[in-house]
Ligand binder design. Structure first.
Ligand SMILES: [Zn+2]
Length: 390
């Protein structure tokens, strides 16, 4: 009996432990949310009039056609790239939404150019003011949609615009080589399904980060100097000297090395193995750019530029570097980002550095680049620049 009693007590103790353990476990089950995936996140901005939806929710809505999704950007932007299955109604034409969906309880989603874009916020506020009660926003917008490897659709006016206006665009013909051989878009490359890595390696999908060569009189000017020998974000670099040689330019020939800014992918060939690459060149940049990268934020850039310290001269914004080549302060991407303006008669070429990464940034000031040191200043700079060039 005593023995049995002991067993009973032990059993009770074991049971109690199991119960406690189970209690802890069930508490954990109840309280611990599984971590959100990037598809399930939103910006969660405070004080917003309408709610956001995640990429996962948007995918579900588009797959089931459960409610309309409006792209409230301009028709031009929509034609260049938009989320497939969406309806384009520009923010200033919100009455068209009311005409299409007069029922004020209609659920609907709005999107535009991403976290910093105000179009979907403004449009949703207009709709709420008109009595709509179920308006939500995909505020993550185009950049996040693209980043999560979702397809965007380009309509013919967009194809036309890109083909004529964007010299960096590569048109990929994904049909069979036999079909490709029968005729394609001029300049297109043939890349089959599964060949993307091979096409990246063999140059069918190019990504260049070199510089611009300007020759005139006795001056041989190189604007920016690529990444140098190496790799960045999977992009192989290192061909700048060969490209110059193909144009008959040896490193000794270069008289001026001019930097739009000092990010690593623009200064790479400033030095190699601790020695300057262009021994006869004067190296030039804006003074506050030097201050930023060589004094305040020393990093990889400082290591590359250090051997060239004695070669550097700094301009005052507005200075002329060489006949027909002037400096224009365009700060924001970095403190001393400078546009080099090459003029001949009535024609101009502007070497923008990273002031603008994509033509659409000149048409819509709500696009920003992730690498801008001062995004607000960069936006104001682009707005001013757009008035110059468009
Ligand atoms: Zn940059």
């Amino acid at each position: 009996m005593g023995k049995g009693h002991t067993v009973t007590k032990r059993s009770a103790l074991v049971s109690a432990c199991v119960c406690v353990a189970a209690g802890i476990w069930s508490d954990r089950l109840a309280s611990a949310q599984p971590p959100l995936t990037v598809y399930q996140t939103t910006l969660e901005e405070p004080g917003q009039l309408t709610r956001e939806i995640s990429t996962e929710t948007l995918l579900s809505i588009l797959a089931t056609h459960s409610e309309p999704v409006f792209d409230v950007r301009t028709a031009h932007e929509y034609a260049i790239a938009h989320i497939p299955g969406t309806i384009n109604i520009y923010e200033k034409e919100v009455d068209q939404i009311a005409a299409l969906y007069p029922e004020r309880s209609t659920p609907m989603v709005l999107y535009c150019n991403g976290p910093a874009c105000g179009k979907s916020k403004r449009t949703s506020e207009q709709l709420v003011a008109m009595g709509y009660t179920n308006v939500r926003r995909y505020q993550l917008g185009m950049p996040v949609w693209r980043a999560l490897s979702q397809t965007v659709q380009t309509d013919m006016p967009g194809v036309d615009y890109i083909y004529r206006g964007d010299r960096t665009a590569v048109f990929v013909d994904a049909r069979t080589p036999a079909e490709f051989g029968t005729g394609t878009v001029p300049g297109a490359v043939n890349v089959q399904q599964g060949e993307a890595t091979a096409a990246n390696d063999d140059g069918r999908l190019p990504f260049t980060m070199g510089g611009f060569l300007v020759r005139g009189g006795d001056r041989v000017v190189l604007v920016d100097a690529g990444l140098g020998e190496g790799e960045m974000m999977g992009i192989k670099a290192g061909a700048l000297l060969e490209s110059l040689a193909a144009l008959g330019v040896a490193p000794d020939d270069v008289t001026d090395l001019v930097f739009t800014h000092l990010h690593i992918d623009h200064i790479g060939w400033a030095s190699a193995d601790g020695r300057i690459v262009f021994p006869n060149a004067t190296y030039r940049c804006a003074p506050n750019e030097w201050e930023h990268f060589m004094v305040d934020h020393r990093g990889d850039e400082a290591a590359v530029l250090e051997p060239a310290t004695e070669r550097f001269e700094h301009w005052t914004p507005g200075d002329t570097i060489a006949p027909g080549l002037d400096t224009l302060a365009t700060p924001g991407h970095t403190p001393g980002s400078t546009t080099l303006v090459l003029s001949s008669g009535t024609e101009r070429v502007m070497f923008l550095g990273d002031v603008v990464h994509c033509p659409v940034q000149l048409e819509d000031d709500e696009w920003a680049a992730l690498f801008d040191v001062d995004p607000d200043l960069a936006r104001r700079t682009r707005t001013a620049l757009a008035k110059e060039v468009i």
